[in-house]
Write a protein that binds this ligand. Structure first.
Ligand code: ARG
Length: 461
């Protein structure tokens, strides 16, 4: 078997069933260009260690360039007999450089340190793409917030009307969560920027190779200080999978609201035609499939994380073949987010809000009861009593099937002499909103300051 990287001590080739099980080229081929970049860097440290002469280095780099071009153009693809991307590319190199020269590259490296390094390179590149998609989603939320800066809506807890809030405040709550996800990706990159190349199979190399030089050439900040850790650790992958899950969950929570808001009962939003789907049988249907797929894919992203953690749990040090299972979950995570984020950001950017309906519902369901209680506190009534008095007003209004502002001055006076006609100053949405002007509050002035703070943080990422 020409493509095999091992075989010297074996009598014959592997059983077909083993070869089929062992094979990973159908998913690890996406590491090919990173593998070749690693090979270039490795060839240079072999040269510096005196293991390749000048002519050999030039020949090796030229052959790697041809192989790189052939991989990128699709002219070179893995053969049926190739076990993994690393073995296949060695075969491709030997085809281009000859067995004499091509056979020299593997000295001092192992697929174990290679694969650990290449996965980090792949994830670091894709983390940037994912972060760009999250930033575009934040931008869509911020734009909608700015366009609807002073639109009131019902703020909810337990999905029940709680207190009026501004739509902009609500949208920016999602933006802050997503901004933290971007910051997480950036923070994660510090831990991902350590190269395991040079760890060898598990114990390092005896050939005088320089892991720092390889690390620098491959864009890493440093090389690992422990070859066992370098080849066996996958916490960087798991952390990436967790951040990807968190992004999925954050998108799912936005999506759940869009789904609710688009119902007849809520009628808060209309989805743009280009971000909704129809039904094959019901002609009237306009479905929020983007949001539903986002909600569904959050489950898939969480599955990737838990699957990876289950693979890692119980693995003794150092490399074990179980670790071949580390790649598909994180590849699927980047694939999923890269297709999901543009759809979600487009859906948000093109939402139309039914601002009149949102505003008219904002104070309903006794959502101003807290304002009455806090007004009483400002009149010197202890909150405990204020809460009771406001609750009594709710009971009266609810019994009559009216809202708090429908009660007469006499109704209020009969509940408590503290409830003078002046209480009406807080019985409007505007009064309620304007009063919540401390940092982080929903008052228009506070939300404007919030927007500035968010813009500042966004400029820093
Ligand atoms: N394809 C393997 C992986 O993805 C790398 C090969 C290491 N195999 C080995 N037998 N040491 O983890």
């Amino acid at each position: 078997n020409e493509g095999a990287l091992w075989g010297g001590r074996f009598d014959g080739g592997p059983a077909d069933a083993l070869a089929a099980l062992s094979k990973s080229t159908h998913f690890d081929w996406r590491l090919a260009v990173y593998d070749i970049a690693g090979s270039r860097a490795h060839a240079r440290v072999l040269h510096r260690a005196g293991l390749l002469d000048d002519v050999e280095l030039a020949g090796m780099l030229a052959a790697l360039d041809v192989l790189d071009a052939d991989v990128r153009s699709g002219a070179y693809t893995p053969a049926e007999s190739d076990e993994d991307v690393h073995g296949s590319l060695e075969r491709g190199l030997i085809e281009r450089a000859g067995i004499q020269l091509g056979g020299k590259l593997r000295a001092g490296r192992s697929r174990n340190d290679q694969v650990a390094t290449l996965g980090r390179m792949y994830l670091r590149d894709h983390a940037r793409i994912v972060a760009g998609g999250v930033l575009a989603t934040i931008e869509a939320l911020v734009q909608q917030a700015e366009d609807h800066l002073r639109v009131p809506m019902p703020g909810r807890t337990h999905l029940q009307h709680a207190q009026p809030v501004l739509l902009s405040h609500h949208l920016l709550a999602h933006a802050w969560a997503l901004l933290r996800d971007v910051q997480r990706l950036q923070d994660w990159d510090k831990r991902a920027a350590v190269s395991p190349y040079g760890s060898g199979a598990l114990a390092g190399s005896s050939l005088g190779l320089d892991p720092q030089a390889v690390a620098a050439e491959l864009g890493f900040a440093s090389a690992t200080h422990n070859s066992i850790d370098g080849t066996a650790a996958r916490d960087v992958y798991a952390e990436f999978a967790w951040i990807a899950s968190m992004i999925g969950v954050d998108l799912s929570r936005i999506s759940e609201e869009v789904i609710l808001w688009a119902t007849k009962e809520f009628s808060f939003v209309t989805l743009h035609d280009s971000y909704s789907t129809g039904s094959s049988i019901m002609p009237q249907k306009k479905n929020p499939d983007v949001a539903e797929l986002a909600r569904g894919k959050a489950g898939r992203l969480i599955g990737n994380l838990t699957g990876l953690l289950a693979t890692l749990k119980g693995l003794p040090l150092a490399y074990n073949r179980d670790l071949q299972e580390d790649k598909e979950p994180v590849f699927d995570a980047t694939d999923t987010l890269e297709v999901l984020l543009p759809a979600v950001s487009g859906m948000i950017a093109t939402l139309t809000f039914n601002t009149e309906r949102m505003a008219s519902l904002a104070p309903q369901g006794f959502a101003l009861a807290t304002d009455i209680a806090e007004w009483l506190v400002r009149q010197g009534v202890p909150f405990r009593e204020a809460h009771e008095l406001s609750g009594a007003a709710v009971r009266v209004a609810e019994g009559r099937g009216v809202e708090l502002w429908d009660l007469s001055d006499a109704d209020y006076a009969s509940i408590s002499p503290h409830l003078t006609p002046d209480v009406r100053e807080v019985l409007t949405v505007e009064g309620s909103l304007n009063s919540r002007d401390s940092q982080g509050g929903t008052a228009p002035a506070a939300v404007e300051r919030q927007l500035e703070a968010l813009r500042d943080e966004l400029a820093g990422v």
